[in-house]
Design a protein around this ligand. Structure first.
Ligand code: GLU
Ligand code: ZN
Length: 474
């Protein structure tokens, strides 16, 4: 066990569910999970779903589906903060009772006006401690006025040091962190309270999350301390950037796990790729299985510099993982993409087609285009395919149909032999000889290797298609 973790490790992933996960968020989840697994610890899933106006069951389902698909499994949870509201209220009451928090009656207009005035005086805006030390009479007067109150945390007035595992020592000067709201006037918790309470009660030892939350760390820690707990250690992971070094967002293209799944990326590839985005096992190893990632992972080696998402690199990794799948597995994974396109392959033919397409596929989404000709007889020639047919010598496809009809046995070698022999007679290169046949049979100018494709398609279907196109071309 590393010195980062003397006690049993408990990590968590705490997304606010809003549908399919952003890959940047998943990368934080993955680092948290890899660390927990590496340490033989526990991984907790917690849904920060208190914002009822935003969280739908659909969004929750999206999060769970993404994690399952990626193989990021959890040992506890999913806990739901929406089911723990009484706990947050009780802790807020405890903090009020011992003076760690106070009721703040300031209205939004008052807060804004005072912040503006502070700015005009050249001071930092932010909460000015107005209600920190109200007398009992003042409180009674506000209550009598019918003002509503939030619960505000009394941030201890001292320097805070966060010893972040990724960022190193981060100092927050005394006075920089203002008193902040823990609970709204309607009794709903603000996430600064809920996160602190849950991390404490769930015994979280290491919080791995995006560095957009770095400034929350001293606040979270202060609340945990005020509640008598020991704050977790923090590891704030830099954001994932787009190619232009701006935070990765929709305008860069795909950002959600769902969109990568739909484009035919394998979860193995996405996990491998994301793990190496800001972390490296050392040396130049780039292809690492899930087990290898777990055994090599070291939170202390996560870079504090942001990394840019590189779709080409992900695609390269995906190609590797596609090629590594055996026929059965690859067929099973392609099936969904084929049925989406209305193709209904029978399992045996699909499996038999895998060796033909494995090396031609960058993503599973390319399977339908490559295999359509096998699983439907409804073949329409593309414009390019029509062009190739038109370029063939007069009557060529008719002669192809005749020689193919005589092939015995119907296998790739025999098919290749007769097509080559015919090409010799016709004075055509193999490319020129195969192109119109490919076009006629598959409807396309690209296909898996032709003799193998025809062998799989079967003699009857092949010859019939060539004859139909030959008749049209004559
Ligand atoms: N719920 C927060 C988010 O989705 C994360 C809170 C945390 O990790 O502490 O960004
Ligand atoms: Zn106030």
């Amino acid at each position: 066990m590393s010195d980062l973790a003397p006690a049993p490790v408990r990590c968590r992933f705490a997304p606010a569910p809003s549908g399919s996960l952003h890959v940047g968020n998943v990368r934080s989840a993955l680092f948290s999970w890899l660390f927990a697994r590496h340490q033989g610890g526990t991984f907790v899933l917690r849904l920060e779903d208190t914002d009822a106006s935003r969280v739908t069951e659909e969004a929750v389902k999206g999060v769970l589906e993404d994690l399952r698909w990626l193989g990021i499994d959890w040992d506890e949870g999913p806990y739901r903060q929406s089911e723990r509201l009484d706990i947050y209220r009780e802790k807020a009451d405890q903090l009020l009772a011992d003076g760690s928090a106070y009721r703040c009656f300031c209205t939004k207009e008052e807060l804004d006006a005072r912040s503006k005035a502070a700015r005009e005086r050249g001071e930092a805006p932010g909460y000015d401690g107005h209600c920190r030390d109200l007398t009992e009479e003042q409180v009674e007067a506000y209550d009598a006025e019918g003002r509503s109150a939030v619960v505000r945390f009394r941030m201890p007035d001292r320097e805070w040091l966060v010893e972040d595992i990724v960022k190193g020592e981060v100092r927050f000067a005394a006075g920089q962190l203002r008193d902040f709201v823990l609970m709204r006037s309607d009794g709903s918790p603000v996430f600064l309270l809920a996160v602190a309470v849950d991390d404490m009660l769930m015994g979280i030892t290491h919080v791995v999350r995006g560095d957009d939350l770095l400034a929350s760390a001293p606040r979270n820690a202060a609340v945990v301390e005020a509640l008598g707990g020991t704050p977790p250690r923090y590891a704030h992971v830099p954001q994932v950037l787009g190619p232009d070094r701006q935070p990765l967002s929709k305008r860069h293209g795909s950002t959600s796990v769902e969109s990568f799944r739909e484009q035919g990326f394998l979860p193995e590839a996405l996990v491998n790729y994301l793990a190496l985005l800001g972390w490296s096992p050392g040396g130049d190893r780039e292809i690492l299985s899930r087990d290898e990632l777990v055994s090599a992972f070291d939170l202390g080696r996560v870079s504090s510099n942001p990394a840019a998402f590189d779709t080409e690199k992900l695609t390269w990794m995906n190609t590797h993982y596609v090629q590594a799948l055996d026929d059965d597995e690859l067929a099973a994974r392609c099936l969904h993409f084929l049925t989406e396109e209305g193709l209904m392959p029978d399992p045996a033919s699909l499996r038999a087609a895998m060796p033909l397409v494995r090396e031609r596929m960058k993503t599973l989404a390319e399977a339908p285009e490559l295999l359509r000709f096998l699983f439907t007889d409804d073949v329409e020639l593309t414009e390019k395919a029509q062009g190739l047919v038109a370029k063939a010598p007069d009557g060529y496809l008719g002669r192809v149909a005749d020689v193919l009809d005589a092939v015995e046995p119907w296998d790739a070698d025999s098919i290749q032999a007769v097509l080559d022999a015919l090409a010799d007679v016709e004075g055509l290169s193999r490319t020129k000889a195969f192109q119109p046949v490919r076009a006629a049979v598959t409807g396309s100018n690209v296909s898996p290797p032709l003799p193998q494709s025809l062998a799989l398609l079967g003699k009857e279907r092949t010859v019939a298609r060539v004859r139909v196109v030959a008749a049209g071309a004559a």
